[in-house]
Design a protein. Structure first.
Length: 375
């Protein structure tokens, strides 16, 4: 049987943490999760010190606030909270990487509303508002936990506002840009781009694609619920080009786009950004920025826009994309140009039966002469 204090200990990676609850002076129970050290003995000692400090605080006043460096707390947040509890902890890890780069060696108490606003402005220069929102939401969770864990005295979290702007990007890859992007992409990135452009699959769904998800008999790709944003399984049809591209993986196992260790790729952000920068119209022009204002998700948008432009059924498109309603597909991915609208109206006017109805209406709406009125 474990000793009582050992039940409060947990090893995560190569570090030991302790976790216990205690009733405070206000009569409410509060949970304390802390990094104890590199050994079990250190964790037991640190837990005993905190228990003693809390006991003193009940009679002598408030307990001291630790106020650690942001980067130290970020590591503790990931190991203690995010990794054990969240399937999307890698998204938090990605967000924290950018937060640490901007916040630097500041302590938690030095993270201010002004600093957060500056961060939001800087990040919106390079990523979408949705990405910034996810990073700020992660920061808010961290600050709330820092308060709960008594590492931060307080913070006006209600004043940290998320943009919550709808994803209104209408960036569509042109045929010329597609050719240049594929030519500039590194070998492991090229098939991911093709798959996104031909199926509308999201980046995460592509990176987590396994051999068992691809059915070469039916020509369909199954995206399991755990890999889908909507948490619902869906099937995506393969074009002949995608079928031929994936065919060499028919007798393999594991991730289609795994690394040398058989693990799924974590991100292709840098590889994609590099390909965009190299995709110049004139390779000799040092001032040519390549393809600008393009993110991987725009490939999904390009697929959907091309599908509609070619006369595809929007209901089928909605099912392929995994949207909860057809209205969402219309609102997000159907963007007819002025030329498209003029062409459709002209085509409708050219239909024979349309001409007959127009002639009948013109006759019916002709003004009656005064001579006819008298008869």
């Amino acid at each position: 049987m474990k000793r009582t204090h050992e039940r409060n200990l947990k090893k995560v990676g190569d570090r030991w943490y302790f976790d216990f609850s205690r009733k405070g002076a206000d009569g409410l129970w509060k949970r304390y999760i802390r990094l104890g050290g590199n050994t079990k003995k250190e964790a037991i000692l640190e837990m005993a010190k905190l228990r003693a400090k809390l006991a003193e605080g009940l009679t002598a006043g408030a307990v001291d606030i630790e106020d650690p460096l942001f980067e130290d707390f970020a590591r503790e947040y990931l190991e203690t909270y995010a990794k054990p509890r969240k399937r999307s902890w890698q998204r938090d890890e990605f967000s924290i990487g950018h937060l640490k780069e901007f916040i630097g060696r500041r302590r938690l108490s030095q993270v201010s509303l002004l600093l957060i606003e500056k961060y939001k402005l800087a990040r919106r220069e390079v990523v979408s508002s949705g990405t910034v929102d996810r990073e700020i939401a992660c920061l808010k969770t961290m600050l709330q936990l820092a308060i709960d864990w008594e590492k931060l005295a307080s913070f006006p979290l209600h004043k940290v506002v998320l943009a919550r702007e709808e994803n209104t990007r209408e960036r569509v890859l042109t045929a010329d840009e597609e050719d240049r992007l594929l030519a500039a992409a590194v070998p492991h990135l090229r098939p991911l781009i093709v798959l996104a452009l031909d199926t509308g699959m999201r980046r995460g769904e592509i990176l987590k694609l396994r051999r068992e998800h691809v059915n070469f008999t039916t020509g369909m790709i199954t995206i399991p619920a755990e890999n889908s944003k909507s948490k619902k399984e869906r099937r995506v049809p393969m074009s002949p080009a995608i079928f031929d591209m994936l065919r060499p993986f028919a007798f393999t196992a594991g991730f289609i786009f795994g690394n040398v260790h058989g693990e799924s790729l974590k991100t292709v952000h840098e590889a994609f950004a590099g390909a965009c920068a190299r995709a110049k119209k004139d390779p000799e022009d040092v001032k040519d920025p390549g393809i600008v204002d393009l993110i991987f998700h725009d490939l999904r948008h390009t697929f959907a826009t091309r599908y509609i432009a070619s006369g595809g059924n929007v209901v089928i498109l909605s099912k392929i994309l995994g949207h909860s309603s057809v209205n969402l597909t219309y609102a997000r991915y159907c963007h007819p140009s002025d030329g498209d609208m003029l062409r459709e109206v002209a085509m409708m006017a050219e239909k024979p039966e349309r001409h007959e109805r127009i002639d009948e209406r013109m006759v019916a709406t002709q003004p009656v002469s005064h001579s006819n009125r008298n008869h």
